[in-house]
Design a protein around this ligand. Structure first.
Ligand code: HGY
Ligand code: MN
Ligand code: MN
Ligand code: MN
Length: 410
């Protein structure tokens, strides 16, 4: 097999260049899905792929597919990719490394005039983060048939803007029917977003699966009243109820430690005035665990805690499950290609299950899929200080290239 070597500096330069699109003062990126900033990076991505001779297709929920022909057009493409949207206080590498690492693989092949047997397909999945439009992994979820296009179009951000209107406004409502851009396997490169690889001084995570994830939306309604003249026993304080449920979410996760995690990350208080007793609170709950049966128990505890706490205070309540992504195991043949690609590159590795959600979790439902992790500093992610090194990014892209070649020639 020809020894193809990626260009680390070119990859790093592209990471730093695109980080300027939505770059923040603290060195992170705020590039929410389907905003004009997302359009800018999508336009850049399209032009880079077209410069390599790829054809770029866009589907009806904005997923982008850049196809590089192979020797045999009868073979199903091998997909590589991730996402270009970020958290509001995201880092430079979450998602972006997977897309630009894939671009570097294509650039390397282009430089050397190397032709794979199967076509190569570089994918940018829409709305992986789920920060603006819940649930997460919406684009790959529609592609995999987990959600339909109408569901995606109906999703609203917290300002009441619909996904369907946002995608039209940036001109990325493509023609391709979701799921029609077929491929035979997918490899997703991503930073680990956790502390294990760095702590164990391993360069590569051979990812065997993704843990289960569930999201809920809770609304508590009490009564707005004066903070000065309302006695404590006459209050129905929605934020007090929220505080007690936040505490209970933490306890439920700790009751199922060490693997369970539980978080209340988004809280909207009304009227949010310092001398008005909060009458309404909207908040979200994020539960995760590698075992769906445990997630079921955690969910049961949450569903009994909310009414109990609301009744204690006299609050009205509503709770909706808005996302349920079961635990996923990746494809052994794809995993083996990553293992061989890692050995070929000479890196130490360890097997691991992903704590974070990824598009690969949905794609694994319809095609052989796996992931490659590289370390990030302190395991920190979803934070503007997210950091990794040129060497770690290059290692990930090299293993991605090697794994694709292994799979292409199996
Ligand atoms: O929520 C997640 O795990 C992913 O980063 N969207
Ligand atoms: Mn990501
Ligand atoms: Mn993320
Ligand atoms: Mn991902």
């Amino acid at each position: 097999m020809q020894n193809l070597t990626i260009n680390p500096q070119r990859l790093w330069d592209s990471l730093m260049d695109t980080a300027k699109i939505g770059g923040t003062e603290k060195g992170g990126i705020c590039r929410l899905t389907l905003t004009d900033l997302d359009r800018q990076v999508r336009d850049w991505f399209r032009s880079q792929c077209e410069a390599l001779g790829c054809t770029v297709a866009v589907d009806q929920v904005g997923n982008m597919f850049a196809t590089r022909p192979g020797k045999r057009s009868d073979l199903s493409p091998i997909a590589i990719g991730s996402h270009l949207d970020t958290q509001p206080t995201g880092g430079k590498f979450d998602g972006v490394l997977g897309v630009l690492g894939g671009l570097e693989v294509m650039r390397t092949m282009h430089d050397l005039g190397y032709e794979t047997n199967a076509p190569l397909m570089l994918v940018n999945w829409t709305n992986e983060e789920g920060s603006r439009f819940a649930p997460a992994m919406l684009g790959s979820g529609v592609y995999a048939g987990v959600f339909d296009r109408a569901f995606a179009d109906s999703r609203e951000d917290r300002q009441g803007v619909k996904f369907g209107d946002a995608i039209e406004s940036i001109g990325y409502r493509g023609d391709a029917v979701p799921g029609s851009m077929k491929f035979g396997a997918m490899f997703e490169l991503h930073i680990e977003q956790g502390p294990i690889l760095e702590a164990e001084r391993k360069m590569v995570g051979v990812v065997t699966g993704v843990q289960g994830m569930r999201w809920y939306e809770v609304e508590l309604t009490g009564r707005e009243a004066h903070t000065g003249s309302t006695p404590m026993n006459l209050r129905t304080n929605a934020l007090l109820g929220t505080a007690r449920i936040i505490e209970r979410v933490d306890q439920i996760a700790l009751e199922h430690s060490p693997s369970a995690v539980g978080t209340v990350g988004l809280v909207e208080v009304k009227p949010n005035s310092r001398n008005v007793i909060p009458g309404h609170v909207f908040f979200t709950v994020d539960f995760r665990h590698p075992d769906d049966a445990v997630l079921e128990v955690m969910e049961g505890k949450l569903m009994s805690a909310i009414p109990a706490i609301a009744n204690e205070i006299g609050l009205e309540f509503s709770v909706k499950k808005v996302w349920d992504s079961p635990a996923v195991r990746f494809d052994p043949e794809c995993i083996s290609a990553v293992r061989k690609g890692t050995e070929k590159a000479g890196f130490l590795s360890r097997d691991m299950v992903s704590g974070a959600g990824h598009d690969a979790a949905y794609i694994a439902r319809i095609a052989p899929t796996t992931m490659i992790f590289v370390p990030c500093e302190g395991g920190l992610s979803h934070n503007e200080a997210e950091s990794t090194t040129l060497e770690e990014c290059a290692a990930g892209a090299q293993v991605l290239l090697n794994a694709v070649l292994e799979y292409d020639q199996r």
